[in-house]
Write a protein that binds this ligand. Structure first.
Ligand code: ADP
Ligand code: ASP
Ligand code: MG
Length: 428
């Protein structure tokens, strides 16, 4: 008998009927002889609705109170799901993140899990019950306040619990059949990927493929825990996120065909671009700029410095950061204008980052040539470029992102014959 952690996303529990359908699926797993621990998200778009409500009450709510508000969404779904399972004759018990032992730091809205002490979950399992845990939340070790893990954080609750309970697999149930070569809402011919490495999935999640929360993939990699992303609306096999060794073993036994060179294409429209104009071209200038940004807690992503114009001895430095922190970045730099000595600042939030990810890039020449030719043929201008060993990213105009993703998808031969199914969800 193995222990399986099953996580159901918001679109899988959007209404009463869906909750009953999910309850049946959980009970089937239990009846098949497995121990099951369930992690559940808030119903449908509840979290967005609570955020909208908070905004109407206060333009800048205290983090502690916002977290208290947002965690109520998962408390609703966990209790309803436990009721629905009880109706099917099984023993289900709901637990908040705090009760389930999800201990975090105190960074409200983006808390990190620092320990998992699932004593009550283990007791419930020992008594034959099905524990239902509220995703996305925990309790801060120092302040004892309720925290949230960041948008999409229920995935991370599930993987952290699976690791702490030594589960055989963490199943992430969502509204599409697995991880695809692009967001099926953007590319109709997106192809389902049967297996993907932790490393590739990390890159995809980091550049905008929101199907898995970035930290859940980091966690799974650290504990070498298999993740199975699949739909709660079908019984199809989904996508396995595994180590390269585990994938090689699957290929050797013949259950998986070759691992593709390119895993997928993604776009992120949540970044902004800041240009520091007329920076004196001398040692220490970049250090001063990025020290000011670090001091303001800004996460900088891409960075480009132009060749300086010989006549002026000045250059421009451009970087991207999350749109939410662009204003803070501008103020932090403005405050240091005299010491850094730049001429002006430009802010542009009409940008997108479009990325191609694949472990095969390491050993296959010509990927960059195909990438830039596809964008050129589509008439899309590239504003910035950055690469990792297994990723190429470019900045484009935001209104060209969708076309860029589609062009790259086709150029790399990723288009499937049929159309991908999106079962539910608003895509919000
Ligand atoms: P849940 O509510 O179940 O957590 P999410 O909305 O967080 O679901 O994630 C599922 C969604 O992720 C899909 O509906 C899809 O639109 C989006 N998505 C983005 N990129 C990808 C991708 N590469 N593969 C699959 N889904 C993706
Ligand atoms: N309900 C939270 C959100 O919408 C957490 C999650 O669904 O994973 O972000
Ligand atoms: Mg999600």
């Amino acid at each position: 008998m193995s222990l399986i952690v099953q996580k159901f996303g918001g679109s899988s529990v959007a209404d009463a009927e869906s909750i009953k359908r999910v309850a049946r699926r959980i009970v089937e797993t239990k009846q098949a002889g497995h121990d099951v621990v369930v992690v559940v998200s808030a119903m449908g778009d509840t979290t967005d609705e609570l955020l909208d409500l908070a905004e109407q009450v206060s333009p800048n709510p205290p983090g502690r109170e916002l977290d208290m508000l947002l965690t109520s969404g998962e408390r609703i779904s966990m209790a309803l799901l436990a009721m629905a399972i009880a109706d099917l004759g099984a023993d289900a018990r709901s637990y908040t993140g705090s009760q389930a032992g999800l201990i975090t730091d105190s960074a409200h809205g983006a808390a990190r899990i620092i320990d998992v002490t699932p004593g009550r979950i283990q007791e419930a399992l020992a008594e034959g019950a099905i524990p239902i845990v509220a995703g996305f939340q925990g309790v801060a070790q120092d302040t004892k306040d309720i925290t949230t893990l960041g948008r999409g954080g229920s995935d991370t609750t599930a993987v952290a619990l699976a690791a702490a309970l030594d589960a055989s697999v963490c199943e992430i149930y969502t509204d599409v059949d697995g991880v695809f070569s692009a967001d099926p809402r953007v590319v109709a011919k997106a192809r389902q990927v049967p297996v993907i490495t932790y490393e590739e999935m990390l890159e995809l999640a980091a550049v905008g493929a929101k199907v898995l929360h970035l930290r859940c993939v980091e966690y799974a990699r650290r504990f070498d825990l298999p993740i199975h992303v699949r739909s709660s609306f079908s019984h199809r096999e989904g996508t396995l996120v595994l180590s390269p060794a585990a994938i090689a073993a699957k290929i050797a036994e013949g259950s998986v065909m070759e691992h593709p060179i390119i895993s997928g294409v993604a776009a992120d429209v949540n970044d902004a671009k800041v240009t520091v104009v007329g920076v004196p071209d001398k040692p220490g200038e970049a250090a001063a700029i990025f020290k000011a940004l670090a001091g303001a807690g800004i996460n900088v992503d891409m960075i480009v410095q132009n060749v300086s114009a010989a006549s002026t001895g000045r250059t421009d430095v451009t970087f991207t950061c999350p749109q939410g922190s662009a204003k803070a970045a501008m103020s932090a730099l403005e405050a240091e204008r005299a010491t850094i000595g730049f001429e002006s600042l430009l802010l542009d939030d009409q940008i997108a980052k479009v990325s191609l990810v694949g472990a095969g890039m390491r050993s296959h020449p010509g990927v960059s040539a195909t990438f830039f030719t596809a964008l050129a043929d589509a008439g899309i201008n590239v504003e910035m470029i950055s690469t990792s060993e297994i990723r190429i990213s470019v900045v484009t105009r935001v209104d060209e992102a969708k076309r860029a993703v589609q062009a790259l998808h086709t150029a790399f031969g990723l288009d499937a014959d049929g159309e991908a199914v999106v079962y539910a969800g608003s895509g919000r």
